[in-house]
Write a protein that binds this ligand. Structure first.
Ligand SMILES: *Cc1c(COP(=O)(O)O)cnc(C)c1O
Length: 230
């Protein structure tokens, strides 16, 4: 720490307090909520520091960066890498080597590319749902969710965990997360075990917890400002 302001450990503790507060306000057990610290653009050294503070779930949104960091940090015990960014089909298969979970299954081509279980691994998968009409933000349109879910369920190399979304711009996050929760209900009708909801970032994690999120993807609130993209 150089500035004398709050350090990494302080921010981590503050976010944990906020999550616990939002959980208890919603009548939920905080231990059912996993906070993934999104470390994109930050050096591997920051991930090492987070691991030393007890963090076991980290998120990345670019394949090359995730691959390099996970290789560099292979000695860290129990660390799980979550891929949260848009994935190209070409890279999807390679992501199996380091990813514990992929949160961005939003197209048939990506699911097919990542589904091959010749490596004997099973990767956790979240179907990313579009909560608005902006294709740049990724996600399968709500009416097409069942079809993609069925494809994931038929893929031996994937274990469907549930749904994921990024809150759209220009509307209150809570209303959007309520729609995601309704989609989650439909997914659970197809597979009762696929009950996870990956939603909530630095600015809206309390709203996500209020609407049932089980996996929060929190970057800057824990890490501080991101360096420019490498
Ligand atoms: C970067 C990113 C996050 C974290 O965003 P913050 O605003 O820094 O918390 C969460 N989810 C996805 C998909 C991201 O790309």
């Amino acid at each position: 720490m150089t500035s004398g302001g709050p350090g990494l450990g302080d921010r981590l503790a503050l976010v944990a307090d906020q999550v616990a507060g939002a959980a208890s306000a919603a009548g939920r057990d905080p231990s059912t909520i996993t906070t993934i610290v999104v470390t994109k653009f930050h050096p591997a050294a920051l991930v090492r520091e987070l691991h030393g503070l007890g963090v076991r779930d980290v998120g990345e949104n670019r394949h090359q960066e995730a691959q390099a960091k996970s290789a560099e940090l292979a000695d860290l015990e129990g660390l799980r890498w979550h891929f949260v960014g848009q994935l190209q089909s070409k890279k999807a298969r390679q992501a199996r080597r380091y990813a514990h979970a992929v949160h961005s299954l939003d197209r048939e081509s990506v699911v097919r590319a990542i589904a091959d279980d010749a490596d004997g691994l099973v990767v956790d998968g979240f179907v990313q749902v579009a909560l608005d009409d902006d294709p740049g933000r990724g996600g399968v349109p709500v009416p097409d969710v069942e079809r993609l879910v069925e494809l994931v369920l038929a893929s031996p190399g994937l274990r469907l965990r549930g749904v994921m979304a990024v809150a759209p711009l220009g509307e209150p996050a809570r209303a959007a997360f309520a729609r995601l929760r309704a989609v989650s209900d439909r997914v659970r009708a197809l597979d009762p075990g696929a009950d996870a909801i990956s939603a909530g970032m630095s600015q809206d994690h309390a709203d996500a917890v209020a609407e049932g999120a089980t996996h929060l993807r929190i970057g800057t609130a824990v890490t501080g400002p991101r360096p420019p993209a490498p």
